[in-house]
Structure formats: structure tokens, C-alpha cells
Write a protein that binds this ligand. Sequence first.
Ligand SMILES: *Cc1c(COP(=O)(O)O)cnc(C)c1O
Length: 486
Amino acid sequence: MHYVSTRGHDGHASFSEILLGGLAPDGGLFLPEIYPRVTPDELTQWRSLSYADLAFEVLKKFATDIPESDLGALTSKTYTSTVYRNCRSGEKADDITPLRTLEKQDGNTLMLQSLSNGPTLAFKDMAMQLLGNLFEYTLAKQHAELNIFGATSGDTGSAAEYAMRGKKGIRVFMLSPHQRMSAFQTAQMFSLQDPNIFNIAVRGVFDDCQDMVKAVSNDLAFKAKQKIGTVNSINWARVVAQVVYYFRGYLAATTSNEQKVSFTVPSGNFGNVCAGHIARMMGLPVDKLVVATNENDVLHEFFRTGVYRVRKSAETYHTSSPSMDISKASNFERFIFDLLGRDSARVKALFAKVEHSGGFDLSGAAGSDGDEFKQIGQYGFLSGRSLHADRLRTIREVFAAQGLMIDTHTADGIKVARENLTPGVPMIVLETALPAKFNETVSEALGRDAERPAGFENIESLPQRFEVMNADVDAIKAFISNHTGL
Ligand SMILES: *Cc1c(COP(=O)(O)O)cnc(C)c1O
């Protein structure tokens, strides 16, 4: 198995070779040269596996250059009931991603798969925890080290820090806007005392943080000397780790491979639902993949019309499901590559067009860039949009009917899932965060605070370790080199 770029570059790179990197050398995204297939016999055997063993079976089809015994050790160490322990009552930590039935009516079944039982209470732990172990393993083999440098407004930064804390050969330097994250998210990140984690609170807004990450990335000499890397959502290993829970959800919802299920996915950068697309391409019997967006509906617009139109910052709304507040979807190019029959020259031209004119049109209308949107049905994609009022209403309804508290992103998923049910085909909504992370809106909806899992009760009062700095690139660079000693 080797990896190719969506824009045509083929350096015959292996899984380990692309693991630590970001974009392909031509600016495209890596994908396997062909999707491995899963046979019905394999699927049947996988029904009885633990999550860790299932992860091993899926990953070994993609990470063919890691010895199987090493890969098995990595997945066993990642997917344990101690790491994914933040379960609700009625859920078993051993299940890792427990599945429950929410509603059953007129042949329609709506289910919820919990992906948020990891250390930071959001689904990003599912992939990031594996990434931490894969990075540590690969760096040790190469006798190398890596300094992860990034910017966060919440979720990704904390998932990365909890995945990399205490890992040999790795340091994390994470910028965040000073006093602009929620108290809970600040406490989650800043209470980490591990000496390899550096939280830098920048006097400024998130865009200032991101600008500094870009400035450092453009300084190739500094980047090379300081061994700077990232863990952003286009990382291939993150996507492939997410493929596993689609298999798990399917196997938990069905008893025979003749059955189909659909998934609804609260979406931002299209990483999560892209993993669902890959699972479907591998032969998993998935009927529909429903992309749920919030007010930032760039993906819903595409799946409705075939027009991909990225938004400017002024048109990107701050919503109560903030992890879906995106202006362009960084993993979307992977799906477009498949939709265009893997024609990398066209992908390259279309994404060049995104850069200079803000989008492309595959609707087939006069003057459009192509008509491939006509084939969208073959990939099973549907979409929908959910607004603040929908979120509040859905949180209330689910609590009233089930006594179950859900977060705002999951509420977007449930709202959109209900609009896309098919009798006889279970619909699984992926739960992407626990409500404690977004208490402000949950308490607006319910008039009471969100539950917190055990161990998180007093997180805001723990001692915090962070550095406050100005939005000054040279000062940040000096801070990094002083702490790496490189
Ligand atoms: C990151 C995130 C999303 C969006 O996932 P993508 O992979 O970017 O589409 C949705 N909900 C929550 C809670 C998240 O943290």
C-alpha cells in the first residue's frame, strides 16, 4: 500500500513516511492509491472483536509498513477502558464507542454512537490518542524528535496535548487567544503539568495565533532546525483512525451483513465524514452519509447544489456549535478527488480556482466547471443545516424524552438526522462531544448545568501552567528554541 496526492504527486510514500507530515509536496492531500476492500467473511469475523482488535484489523490494511505485532501493541495500548472511561450511566467503557437507541417509530430507528468518552470529552480523542502512540513509536525508530506547533480555540489543541503529554521525543507548543476560551477548555489545557507541554496564551484573537503559526511554517530554515510539525485535521492517520468507529457502529447496529445503516455526522473540516466515505468505499454496507452543518453551511450548499463556495472571515459566523464554524473544509479535497474519478489534474485546477476565485461549480449548469455532481447519489451523501434555535429545541427534546443530555454539535446531528430517515435503515448519529464542554448553551436550553463526568468536577480550580505572550513572531520563535535547545 502506498499513498498518492490528490494533486498528482506520487512519491510511492508509505504510511510511516506520511505519518509525521501534513500536505503532500504539491499541496494536495494524501490518499491510498486504492482503497482496500473488506470481504463479507472478514466483516462477519470482525463482529466479535474488541474495539482495539477491530482497530488493528482496519489499520493493518493501511499501515502495511508497520510490523503487525507492533501495530497490535499500539492499538491495544490506545483503545482501553481506562483511556475512554468518561461514560454515562448505561454505557460500558469496554465498548469504547457505546451505541444506544434514541428513538424507534414507524420502522425508523435513530441511534447515537458515543465518540466522546476519551480524556478531553470530544471525538477528536478517538484519532489523536492513536496518533500520540504512533508518533512516539515512529520517532523512537528513527531516533528523531518532533516539536508540534499549533494554534487552537479549544478542541483540537486540548486533544493534541492529552495525546502527546509525556510522550518521548515530542514537545507541544500550543497558542491560544488569552482569556478567550471557555473556563472549562482553558482549565483542561492549562492544568496539564507535563514538562513536554507548553501552553502559550497570546494577547490577541484566534486569527493572530493562526497568523503566527503560518509565519513560522513559512520560515523553512527555522522549521527544519526546530523540527516543527503539526497535527491538523488533514493528517492521514487521523482520518484512518476514524474509519474504525464506522465499522464498529455498523457492527453494533446490525446482526447480518445484508443489513445497511446510515450515519449522520456533525461536520466542520469534513475529516470525520470523510472517514465514513472511506469506510463505505472499503465495502462497509453504509446507505447514506448525512453531513450536518450549522449556520456555516458551505458543505450543505455543495451537497444541495454542486457549488462549493468558501466563505470569507466576515461571512463565517461564531455559533453555539463552534467546532463546526469553518469557512472552508480542509478535508473536502479528498472526496472531490474520488468524485472526479481521481483525475488529479482537474483536482489541482479546481483547488487553484478555490484559492483565486473562492470556489468551483460541478452542477453542470452553463459556465460551470463540470457536471460530476450528477453522480453524487452513488456516494450516498445527503446534507442538512441546523441553527441555534434548532440546537436548543433538540437538546430539550432529547432530555425530556430520554433524560439524556447532549452537546450542541450532537444536537445539530440529531436535528438533521431526523430529516433524513429511511424506514428499515437504522440511522446512527455520531456524538462528537459531551455536553460539559459546551455548558453555556446546554444550560441555556435546559435551565440547569450540564453533567460533568467524574474527575472533572473542580477542574477550574486546579493549578494552571501557561505563558502569556504578545502576538510577536520573533518572541514566539525565541521561546520555542529556548525550550527545545536545538
Ligand atoms: C472537530 C469537531 C467537529 C467537526 O469535525 P470535522 O472532522 O472537522 O468535520 C464536530 N464536533 C466537534 C465537537 C468537534 O470537536
